[in-house]
Write a protein that binds this ligand. Structure first.
Ligand code: URA
Ligand code: SF4
Length: 499
């Protein structure tokens, strides 16, 4: 028997395979009589190329409608014999027309498994590719990503990225094949190495936002998601830091998604329409007449409040921010800690005090023996206010108007939680709680009666300690902050952490 070899252009060259397979079929070549080589693999020792054309009058191969799509995915599989296997199916289909319907046939079973594996790998590429912006004098803004697929899915998946990021110039590098989009067409290039991809966190924030927006909480299955994300991806993915908060916020996000549709949130909402739909007052003009949420029914639980606050548009801070960062903790906690406003990381994760300031806070609580899990932690202002500087987002102080408008939420949290003690972390928090400007120096470290039930303790903001330039004052202020946390525990002994 003559052994043929058909050279293919690249590891998932479906068109090349189809052409060669059709010719081989017309020549009557059996599956055992042909090999396909793509890339580096050496052709069989005695193999010879297929002739240029089939003999005249050869029978035209026929296939069921479903076969081309199936074969297109099979040839993307990592198995070395994928092309021969696809040919074997094609060959059998010529005499066994209903083969694909025979679910118990070993070839059909294998085909199904291969197709599924390729689909999953392609899906992972869509979900986990993360671009970084690189400087490029020639083409301007250029976004580059590194990804390591298990199967040969670059060609199969590239059109998705071309549609999704049509307006960007981007390149996805993989060990085997790379793909470049110049804004008009796709070009496939040789493989690359990881060190050719940029490192750094320039695009991280943007990407996390994107990830959060494609994440579909309506179809959330945590187990399945974890199965979808092998360790290999987790290692490389700050996005995974988002999973927990995303799961936690799934319900609210589902509702939001039903309202907005499953697309990237546009920064240019139609404000008029938004107001009509949300039935919110024109807060920018009349911040004193009504607070945030004034037009909605007053929530009767923290859960309801959190859900309503997720839609709050009462001041302009909501627009550039990722999400509302509402308070977190038991809704009957004996203590509420109030910060200023969420920072960059809090904005992305949707939880208060989880970034650098949160670490300082946690350390002081631990030093004093306070269990944070038993406290309710929130901020005076619930949206991250920042100024873009290059690609970074720099914290900006909320102004009086914003603090005033957002105070509606803080007051609501106070009413619902009804704590014994409120701890104001920093001057902004103290101002929001007291409704007037105060200094830390005048108010710090003593218990102030707010009403017959609730006391206030004012202390510094943990970021203040972070910003201190020298180790000596840092040490001193850390101790003073810890002492304030000890006073918290003394006032509310229920907060004691288990030994
Ligand atoms: N700073 C704050 O005031 N609040 C946070 O949640 C994080 C940093
Ligand atoms: Fe509403 Fe407060 Fe956000 Fe302003 S900062 S939009 S008042 S939640």
């Amino acid at each position: 028997m003559v052994m043929y070899n058909a050279p293919l252009a690249y590891p998932a060259d479906f068109d090349g395979w189809r052409k060669a397979a059709r010719l081989a079929l017309e020549l009557g070549v059996e599956p055992e009589g042909i090999g396909f080589t793509a890339g580096e693999e050496a052709p069989g020792l005695f193999a010879e190329p297929l002739p240029d054309a089939a003999p005249p009058g050869a029978r035209q191969p026929t296939v069921p409608k479903a076969f081309p799509d199936l074969a297109r995915r099979i040839v993307c599989h990592a198995d070395a014999d994928r092309f021969v296997f696809a040919y074997r199916l094609l060959f059998r289909l010529q005499t066994e027309k209903t083969l694909l319907e025979i679910a118990s046939d070993p070839d059909v079973i294998r085909a199904g498994e291969m197709e599924k594996a390729v689909r999953r790998d392609s899906h992972k590429m869509k979900a986990f590719v993360r671009f970084r912006e690189v400087e490029d004098a020639e083409i301007g803004r250029h976004f580059v990503a590194w990804f390591e697929p298990f199967h040969h899915v670059v060609e199969l998946t590239a059109p998705f990225f071309a549609r999704r990021f049509a307006g960007m110039v981007w390149t996805i590098l993989t060990p085997e094949r790379s793909v470049h989009w110049n804004g008009e067409e796709l070009a496939f290039l040789p493989g690359a190495t990881r060190d050719m991809a940029p490192v750094g966190d320039d695009m991280e924030a943007l990407w996390l936002t994107y990830y959060a927006s494609i994440f579909n909480p309506a179809r959330l299955k945590v187990k399945a998601m974890q199965a979808e994300m092998p360790k290999k991806y987790w290692a490389n993915m700050p996005e995974t830091a988002l999973i927990k908060p995303l799961v936690a916020g799934a319900e609210a996000a589902t509702r939001r998604m039903l309202e907005t549709g499953p697309t990237l949130p546009s920064l240019r909402h139609d404000k008029q329409e938004e107001r009509r739909v949300m039935n919110l007052p024109r807060m920018e003009k009349t911040p004193d007449l009504a607070g945030a949420g004034a037009a909605e029914e007053r929530p009767s639980s923290i859960a309801e409040a959190r859900e309503q606050a997720a839609h709050c548009r009462a001041c302009p801070l909501w627009e550039p921010a990722t999400q509302t960062v509402f308070g977190k903790g038991p809704d009957d906690a004996p203590v509420i800690f109030v910060g200023e406003q969420p920072g960059d990381q809090e904005d992305i994760a949707g939880e208060p005090f989880i970034g650098p300031a949160g670490k300082v806070f946690d350390q002081a609580l631990a030093a004093a023996g306070v269990d944070r899990a038993q406290a309710y932690v929130t901020n005076a202002v619930k949206h991250f206010k920042f100024e873009p500087r290059g690609k970074r987002r720099i914290h900006a102080k909320p102004n009086m108007g914003e603090i005033k408008v957002c105070r509606w939420w803080l007051d609501l949290e106070r009413d619902l939680v009804r704590p014994k003690l409120i701890v104001a972390l920093g001057a902004t928090a103290a101002q929001a709680v007291l409704g007037k400007t105060v200094t830390i120096r005048d108010t710090r470290s003593r218990l102030i009666d707010l009403d017959e039930r609730t006391k206030l303790l004012v202390t510094v903001h943990p970021s203040y300690i972070l910003r201190l330039p020298d180790a000596v004052s840092k040490e001193r202020e850390t101790r003073a902050f810890e002492a304030d946390m000890a006073l918290v525990l003394e006032t509310v002994p229920e907060l004691a952490a288990a030994a």
